[in-house]
Design a protein around this ligand. Structure first.
Ligand SMILES: Cc1ncc(COP(=O)(O)O)c(C=O)c1O
Length: 348
């Protein structure tokens, strides 16, 4: 049986969330390539594949190594890989699974080529495009075409298409950006088989991505309080809760729990409070120290006793997943199984 603080995952809700994404993508004519950063377990990645996903997305080589070891075959690494240490691992990884990566600059493309030219495999490389989210990515369709041409000419590499992590509320603009880039690339005589978009908050408007071929959602598998706040899911769609024990009731209006920043993270994601107490959504987790959470009950009728175990929906589940060495998976019969979060802590 679990002890607190711990992360408990509701398997039937996970399966519903997986099925929903697949259904929405099918309806929009898109393939799915879920991002595993949220769950970090081959167990769930395989469930996503079984539901119809063509492959998975990872952000770190260490995550991809764990997934390949766990039997996942088709992996897209959406990160600029730099330096001999990582590039040597990338070559070894490409010999174990169908690997593709993304890149947004010449330095990265040349590094990839230098390591793959004599590896006996051509690495598929997608160009990362900044379609408005303001993170990595080439800055214009013309720049995307230039980098695609460079990749196409480099030994050991094969241009695979376009990848973006888009801003969430501008799907039509994103689609136009990608369509323009694809047109330029094809006009240059280069095939552009994959156009990969992503995100959970835009899952309900996937049809706007008319020129995409696949979508990478990640957080949707568990959902969290930030997605409730955006209207992207309901409380009942949240599959992950941090279980915590009430360890003190110093005043009538304050409860202290054994989950602090090391269990809930300090991530606010623009929200007030550090998570939602499922038993009392009107109570506020107003402060965290490392091992204590401070709940103000305010006008809530909730009156927890010392020793009560409560459930908290985290603000940002992906970082919380990374904090726990194991999760407890609860099946439809209420049976609990403890599983290691195998790709946790993979910073490299
Ligand atoms: C490259 C990339 N693809 C897909 C995703 C998944 O997005 P979401 O967590 O909104 O589902 C992310 C999230 O950070 C990402 O960085």
């Amino acid at each position: 049986m679990f002890d607190t603080p711990c992360l408990v995952i509701d398997l039937p809700v996970v399966d519903e969330n997986i099925a929903r994404f697949q259904k929405l993508a099918d309806a929009a004519g898109l393939q799915t390539r879920p991002h595993i950063k949220t769950h970090k377990l081959p167990f769930f990645a395989k469930r996503q594949i079984a539901a119809g996903a063509i492959g998975i997305t990872c952000q770190k080589i260490g995550e991809a190594e764990v997934m390949a070891e766990g039997g996942l075959q088709d992996i897209l690494l959406t990160y600029n890989v730099i330096g001999d240490a990582k590039l040597d691992r990338l070559v070894a990884l490409a010999k174990k699974c169908k690997l593709s990566v993304t890149c947004d600059n010449s330095t990265v493309a040349e590094g990839l080529s230098a390591h793959f030219a004599n590896a006996g495999i051509d690495l598929t490389v997608l160009v990362e495009c900044d379609t408005g989210a303001g993170r990595c990515g080439v800055q214009s369709p013309i720049a995307a075409c230039e980098l695609a041409s460079q990749i196409n000419g480099l030994p050991g590499l094969k241009f695979g298409g376009l990848m973006t992590y888009p801003p969430m509320d501008h799907s039509e603009n994103v689609d136009k950006w990608l369509a323009d880039a694809k047109k330029l690339i094809q006009a240059a005589g280069i095939a552009c088989p994959v156009v990969s978009t992503g995100g959970t908050p835009n899952m309900d408007t996937l049809a706007a991505f008319k020129h995409a071929t696949e979508h990478r959602a990640g957080t949707y598998i568990y959902n969290d309080r930030s997605l409730i706040a955006r209207g992207a899911c309901g409380v009942e769609d949240c599959a992950a809760v941090v279980k915590a024990t009430v360890v003190s009731r110093p005043t009538k209006t304050r409860a202290i729990i054994d989950a602090g920043s090391k269990a809930l993270s300090s991530d606010l994601l623009g929200l007030e409070g550090f998570g939602m107490v499922r038993e009392a959504p009107d109570a506020s987790i107003v402060g965290l120290s490392e091992e204590h959470g401070i709940i103000e009950l305010g006008d809530s009728n909730w009156d927890p006793a010392v020793g009560d175990i409560i459930s908290i929906i985290p603000n940002h589940i992906c970082v919380v997943s990374n904090l726990f060495p194991t999760i407890w998976v609860q099946d439809e019969n209420g049976e609990m199984t403890e599983m290691p979060v195998a790709a946790r802590g993979m910073l490299r």
